[in-house]
Every structure is written in structure tokens, then in C-alpha cells.
Ligand binder design. Structure first.
Ligand code: UD1
Length: 365
């Protein structure tokens, strides 16, 4: 079986790591195509080196642009690659512009498409990720769902016959790296200046357009973080840094200490060192959950509803509209007394993904 993985943005590299490692244990041919959606070393190269992912076989180098420009650039650059490679499967990951472009290029060339992390829904049509994931699911042949909830969404959309419960490959990598961190293999990276890791601190990220692109809203959210009674290590994604600079918003206010994004093992070590997480990232919500840290999510909804059970994760669409003590008590709340279950699988999803693709290949012939 020849499989082409199409990746381009940071969260896809995290998901690719366990999949590439699982393919390396088989006889299958695994080709990696990097679209170049993320090009900063912080968001791309350090994930390849840090997670032991083989270098991409093909790099499309598309870079940034409006949604149409970026998606279109990936689509047209992929056409000749897929035409030459003629894989048995095109494997696309998650919900970025690289995902929908990969799925479209493949389906228009009659190449079978498998979608990893299928069936997630926020039902928020303002999110570019929601368009990307719905459209990708509807054009893919094999839908690899991470959760029972995702399976239900797919069934509701009439896609149940193409869906399989694969589990979540992010568990595979997160638990592997957690164990390595706990074994002392990855020291805590340098945190933003002013953060003392021996004292309580919160780890924060913010990058969703709905939070970063409206200056009044961004300014209000930063003010809510700045007023907290504990230091906040804000790992600034390039989009956040760019928008803050564009609108003249100083991120380093009050409790907020600004740093750069961390490589994956560094991030896991930082979550473990923190007393809680504040984020709008889908991946980090789940990493906090898997690493037993409380998370406060600055969004009106989450695709990962299992994290909300028992209060491990809390949704706060507008922190600046909460009373300051209520907000501060929420983000500094202790870890819930009841442990959470394992709704995302047992850490062997990548092997299952390959098994499901093998089965779907043989049922095709
Ligand atoms: C993308 C994904 C999002 C994912 C996120 C993880 C889409 C629609 N969104 O959002 O689902 O959660 O990646 O990080 O695909 N930039 C740089 N350097 C880079 C990449 C981006 O400076 O390496 C800047 C550019 O100014 C760019 C902006 O960040 O315009 C946004 O980048 P883009 O890749 O379009 O989307 P993300 O916000 O990263």
C-alpha cells in the first residue's frame, strides 16, 4: 500500500509523528508532502526534528495568504504531485486549509481519500476549520473518527457507512512524550522571562481569528489575562504577534509574560509544570486534559466535548464580560477530585489507522 500524508500546519505535524512511526514498522510506502502553510521554524522544522519525523519527500512551499489564495495554491501545487505518485490513499489530517486542498486535489483525480480526525464539529460556521472539516468529510472515502461523538456526527450527516472509530493519534504522541518528560529526557525549556516554574503559573495561547483579528476584542482578552493574580506565560503564535503589532496592542501587560511557541516536548513539559492552561487551541485543550491540568477555553464551543465533563475544561466565550474574581477563580481552580476517563483511546490509534486503511484497501479490490 502506498499512502501520501499531506500536512502543512503545526497540529498536523503532531498527528503525523505517530502515524509516520507506525508506517515505519510496516512494509507500506509512506510519502510525506508538506504544503508549507506553516513555514516558521517554530511552527514547522522543530516538530520534524523534535518528533523524529522523516523529512518531507515533497515540499510545496505555499506560505501564507487569504483562505482562497492559500487553499488554491496548495490545490494547484498538489495536482501534479498526486498525478505522478498515484497512491492507494491520500491521507489528510484535521481541518486546515491544507486538509481541504489535499482532499479536493485527490478526489478530483479519483484517488481514495482518508480523513484522520473526521467527524469533529463545532457547529460554528464562522470558523474556517468548520468549513474545512465538513467539506473534507463529505468528499473522503474513509472517515477515521477519533471519538464516539465524532462517529455520531458523521452518522447524522449520512456518512456513517464510511466512518470507522480509530481513536485519537494525539493520545499516542502526547502520552509517549509525557513519559519521556517524566523520565527526565526533555528538560523544561526556557519559559518567558519573569515566569518562575517553581511557583504557580498559567500557560496560555491564543490564535483563532475570532479572538485575534478584532482589535477591541483582542485588547479586552489580553486585559483579562493581564489582571490575573498569577503570572501567565503567553506563547505567542505568529498570527497573534502580527495582529497585536498591527493594532498597537502590547501583549506584555500586567501578569502576562510573552514567549515564542515551544517545540512539542517543550510544550508538554511546560503544561506539566503549569498549574493550568488558558487557550483557544483545540490541541492544547486536549493536551491539558491528557496531562491532568485544568483548562479554560476562550471560545463559545468545543469539538472536544469530552474534556468538559467533570470540569476539566471550561468554556468562556468572553472573559472580559465576567466579574474579575469569578474569572480569576475559574482559571486558578484546582484539579477536579474525580479523575477523567479515557475517551480518546489508549495510545494505539496510529496502528489502528493503518489497519483500517489496509482493510478498506482489500475490500475495494
Ligand atoms: C492554522 C489553521 C488552524 C490551526 C493553526 C495552528 C487554517 C484555516 N487554520 O491557523 O486550524 O489551529 O494553523 O497553528 O488552516 N504565519 C507566520 N508564520 C507561519 C505561519 C503563519 O508568520 O509559519 C502568520 C501569517 O501572518 C499568517 C498567519 O500567521 O497570515 C496565519 O497563518 P495560517 O497558516 O493562515 O493560519 P493559522 O492561524 O496558523
Amino acid at each position: 500500500m502506498k499512502v501520501i500524508s499531506i500536512v502543512g500546519a503545526r497540529p498536523q505535524l503532531v498527528k503525523l509523528a505517530p502515524v509516520a512511526a507506525a508506517f515505519a514498522e510496516t512494509e507500506h510506502q509512506h510519502v510525506i508532502v508538506h504544503t508549507g502553510q506553516h513555514y516558521d521554524a517554530d511552527l514547522s522544522d522543530v516538530f520534524f526534528t523534535g518528533l523524529g519525523i522523516p523529512d518531507p519527500d515533497v515540499h510545496l512551499g505555499v506560505g501564507s495568504g487569504s483562505h482562497g489564495v492559500q487553499t488554491g495554491a496548495v490545490l494547484s501545487a498538489l495536482d501534479p504531485v498526486l498525478e505522478t505518485e498515484q497512491p492507494d490513499w491520500v491521507l489528510v489530517y484535521g481541518d486546515t486549509n491544507s486538509t481541504i486542498a489535499g482532499a479536493l486535489s485527490a478526489v478530483k483525480q479519483h484517488l481514495p481519500v482518508a480523513h484522520l480526525e473526521a467527524g469533529l464539529r463545532s457547529f460554528n460556521r464562522r470558523m474556517p476549520e468548520e468549513h474545512n472539516r465538513v467539506l473534507t468529510d463529505h468528499c473522503a472515502d474513509l472517515l477515521l473518527a477519533p471519538t464516539e461523538e465524532a462517529m455520531r456526527h458523521l452518522a447524522n450527516e449520512g456518512l456513517g457507512h464510511r466512518a470507522e472509530l480509530a481513536g485519537d493519534v494525539m493520545v499516542d504522541i502526547c502520552l509517549r512524550i509525557r513519559d519521556a518528560v517524566l523520565a527526565g529526557e526533555h528538560p523544561l525549556p526556557a519559559l518567558p522571562e519573569g515566569i518562575d516554574p517553581s511557583q504557580p503559573f498559567l500557560l496560555a495561547t491564543l490564535h483563532r481569528p475570532d479572538n485575534t483579528d478584532d482589535p477591541a476584542r483582542l485588547s479586552a482578552i489580553i486585559k483579562s489575562l493581564a489582571d490575573l493574580p498569577v503570572p501567565v506565560a503567553l506563547l505567542a503564535h505568529p498570527r497573534l504577534a502580527a495582529r497585536a503589532e498591527q493594532h498597537g496592542i502590547d501583549l506584555a501587560q500586567g501578569a502576562v509574560r510573552v514567549g515564542r511557541p515551544l517545540p512539542y516536548a517543550g510544550l508538554v513539559a511546560a503544561v506539566l509544570a503549569s498549574s493550568g492552561v488558558v487557550t483557544d487551541s483545540g490541541g492544547l485543550q486536549k493536551e491539558a486534559f491528557l496531562l491532568d491540568r485544568v483548562c479554560t477555553t476562550i471560545r463559545p464551543e468545543t469539538e472536544w466535548i469530552e474534556t468538559l465533563e467533570g470540569g476539566w475544561n471550561h468554556l468562556v466565550p468572553n472573559p472580559h464580560e465576567m466579574a474579575p474574581t469569578e474569572w480569576s477563580n475559574l482559571v486558578t481552580r484546582p484539579v477536579p477530585a474525580t479523575p477523567h476517563g479515557t475517551p480518546y483511546g489508549d495510545g494505539t490509534a496510529a496502528q489502528r489507522v493503518i489497519k483500517l486503511m489496509e482493510q478498506a484497501t482489500s475490500s475495494r479490490s
